[in-house]
Design a protein around this ligand. Sequence first.
Ligand code: NIG
Length: 400
Amino acid sequence: MKLFTNISELRTVSDAGTIKDAALVEDGGVIVWVGPASEVPADYAAAEHIDCGNRAVLPGWVDSHTHMIFDGNRAEEFEARMAGSDYAAGGIAVTMEATRSAGAQRLERLLVERIQAGHAGGTTTFETKTGYGLNTESELEAAQVAAAHVEDVTFLGAHLVPPGADAEEYVTEVVGPMLEQVAPHVGWIDVFCERGAFNETQSRRVLEAGRAAGLRLRVHGNQLGDGPGVQLAVELGAASVDHVNYLTDADVSALAGSETVATMLPACDLSTRQPLVEARRLIDAGVTVAIASNLNPGTSYTSSMNYCVTTAVLQQYMSLDEAIEAATLGGAKALRRQAVAHDGDARGLDAQGRPAKGQLIVGAACDLHILDAVNAINLAYRPGMPVTYQTWKAGEKVFG
Ligand code: NIG
């Protein structure tokens, strides 16, 4: 049991709001008490004391969109983009070659390094996709490597039609042998529904096949222009539609009336010179939003959620509270890991009865991001500074 004390402000991301001069008690990896330091029950006096040094504490970031299984980099493509070239989905094929030839051992080492880098930036929960193998053997390898280290793994065989392949034949492989092999290792299926990748009919085929195989749905949509991704995601009840740079009013209304989270990827938007998502338009319409890093070598070679949150505040006109919520509880909702009501005394558990993510509430995972600052506004006030002091996952320190 641990008693975290000397917390200048505890951002609970719950009805309890921000508690000044707070304390938090952990037992068995979950939170058992939160409140003002002056009210810690005497029963917890014997717990191991962790002095947070008058620092701000918030839930660990929930990074609900990454592509961490890859080898190689595309620095030249990025440099060309900075010189004026457009981003095109075809660059994925470059990473495909490097990923196919890496081997499971190297992919695993790279994944572990990426998880550690995420922890160093305050991230405690990760989703990762496959999607750079693009054949049954390599997609299976990616899924197995990912499943050994990441709880939420997404099958993204439908990331790009590999060079030289016929699109319809490739989709048939994705929804047939590839899905059959990969499904036991993943919980989600995704499709890049975009010009240059997969059209609406192909995307629907992929998502419906995934659902029939027991997987839950996510969609890459509306990244490079208007398109059917958002409407398809809402229609099929996807947990999240990600990118959402180009939205019609009908898209926004559909999202607002749904349980599909709109996941914004600001680091990607800056790296691809796409317009940043109109966060205010979404929030003001009542859409549930998330912020994620989209770590990948093509469009967002960063896992820094701090950077994403900073961008959301400075450039997307989100309040600090909104940005923190989007990067914690919003991400948890996009992964269906948020606390939901259960019968009886169960509190702080997700729909599957696991400790919930993204909120500092009793019963939830004790995933903490301790900032090296007295208040959380330093995330935006001191952009780019090393503001993460410590990261704790399920009550164990994983960074700092
Ligand atoms: O989320 N948009 C599709 N997939 C990735 C980019 C992949 C790549 O270019 O390597 C993304 O941005």
